[in-house]
Design a binder for this molecule. Structure first.
Ligand SMILES: [Zn+2]
Length: 450
């Protein structure tokens, strides 16, 4: 049976998304409760029972469940309701108007990720309307706080109400947008994400008069060494399963054939990527970050007065580790590297540490996603991707759930042009893609759960 396209829901899903964008959930402060109530109202009109959970006043998440016969694993449709800030002066439309114009719904969150909330809510409503007999539970959770780390949203729910949200499989954000490769739409499926280690280094010294530098021990100069050492640090290249698969599929195309060196001889990756960077800097650097751990300075503070040599300087580093590595081990490696910078005068503080995570590329759900996409477009491709950033999926992978980031979106403009609107300006999604996204998701869920 070929996959069904639900053209008749275009207006319903469009107006739902437009209304959701109009509820300003810029985080901070978030104020997601209003959006959670809006989602609940729509679902309750259809006969769903929804539960609203607040980690603190105003920080609401909504959860509902379509019960199945418990003969199959459960599936969670996850999304977050908060968005990042938008400066109306930079946009060509009011970012919280939810304006529907030229076949698009415009506004902050259209792609990241209220558009996927809309698609998930619509697919769930259709499952109920069509009286689909589910063999396992389908849960929907639209949560607070993802853009600030999820500790007041998905992380809090997993910790305090795991019975309500935990599921064997999870579909979330993180990928889904198609790239044009050799004229074919190639959809991305997020199967892994890097872990985070944010840490602060404090360098100490001895103060003195700025006119006699030799008599003091300048903490800025010590920090200089630290920054120098860490930014020239070139950790070993490691191809995790997702990246290996991603590269081997990519290099099968005409467009990326030359990247096959990366697979044959990973040690030469930097040379190849330097060469790619001359054509496409962004792509080259994204690929480079998928191959190894990275460490980069993001904040530096030191000194109090023009003529005082400072005895203290501090810097913050953003380190990202690959699946298979751990933040604790990375920190040990970093300390080892800084031995010559005077470890006795350096102190370390972990600001945040999240483990990396990866889900199998061989699950029945992954294979079904690819199969359903091919039914919509037999020529299309699908590749697994590693995110260099993080999503709420990590809270669920930690518990053993198989999680994929997959919000299917056909290219409207170029991939990089669309990707730039996320957290950028003029974020929008076509109503055609809302219909496509709902249809793909519905077909996946219906088949996976029956
Ligand atoms: Zn997001």
């Amino acid at each position: 049976m070929p996959a069904k396209l639900f053209q008749d829901i275009e207006e319903e899903v469009t107006s739902f998304l437009s209304g959701l964008i109009r509820i300003n959930t810029t985080n901070p402060p978030g104020n997601e409760t209003a959006a959670a109530k809006y989602v609940a109202e729509t679902l309750e009109q259809e006969g769903f029972k929804c539960e609203l959970f607040e980690s603190e006043t105003g920080r609401g998440s909504v959860v509902t469940r379509l019960k199945g016969a418990r003969r199959k694993p459960s599936l969670l449709l996850l999304s977050h309701l908060d968005v990042v800030a938008a400066d109306a002066r930079e946009w060509s439309v009011e970012p919280f108007s939810g304006l529907v114009k030229d076949g698009f719904v415009w506004g902050r969150g259209a792609l990241d990720m209220k558009g996927m909330t809309a698609v998930e809510v619509m697919a769930l409503k259709l499952l109920k309307r069509n009286n689909v007999e589910l063999k396992g539970d389908v849960v929907l959770a639209a949560t607070a706080d993802e853009e600030k780390g999820g500790d007041a949203g998905a992380g809090w729910l997993v910790q305090n109400h795991s019975d309500k949200v935990c599921a064997d499989y999870v579909l979330n954000e993180g990928a889904g947008m198609a790239m044009k490769i050799d004229e074919k739409d190639t959809f991305t499926i997020n199967t892994a994400e890097k872990g985070i280690l944010w840490f602060k280094v404090k360098a100490g010294g001895t103060p003195g008069h700025g006119s006699v530098p030799g008599a003091a021990d300048n903490a800025i100069l010590r920090m200089n060494k630290v920054v120098e050492k860490l930014s020239s640090f070139c950790p070993k290249i490691r191809l995790v399963p997702t990246v290996k698969q991603f590269l081997s599929q990519l290099t099968g195309s005409r467009m990326f054939r030359d990247l096959s060196v990366l697979l044959r001889n990973p040690a030469q990756s930097d040379q190849v990527l330097d060469w790619v960077a001359q054509e496409d800097k962004f792509l080259a650097e994204e690929l480079r970050a998928m191959l190894r751990m990275t460490v980069t300075p993001t904040i530096i503070r030191g000194g109090v007065k023009e003529n005082i040599i400072p005895s203290e300087c501090e810097a913050v580093f953003d380190c990202r580790v690959l699946p298979g590595q751990s933040p604790a081990k990375a920190l040990r490696e970093i300390k080892q590297l800084l031995k010559d910078a005077g470890l006795d005068k350096l102190s370390f503080e972990i600001i945040q540490a999240n483990d990396p995570s990866e889900s199998s590329l061989n699950s029945s759900l992954y294979k079904l996603i690819v199969r359903v996409l091919k039914e919509f477009d037999p020529k299309c491709g699908a590749v697994p991707v590693l995110l260099t950033g993080g999503t709420d999926s990590r809270f669920f992978r930690r518990l053993g759930s198989v999680c994929y980031g997959f919000h299917p979106v056909r290219p409207e403009t170029s991939y990089s042009e669309m990707a730039r609107t996320i957290h950028g300006i003029d974020e929008r999604i076509s109503t055609e893609n809302l219909v496509f996204g709902t249809s793909v998701l519905y077909n996946i869920v219906e088949r996976f759960m029956t």
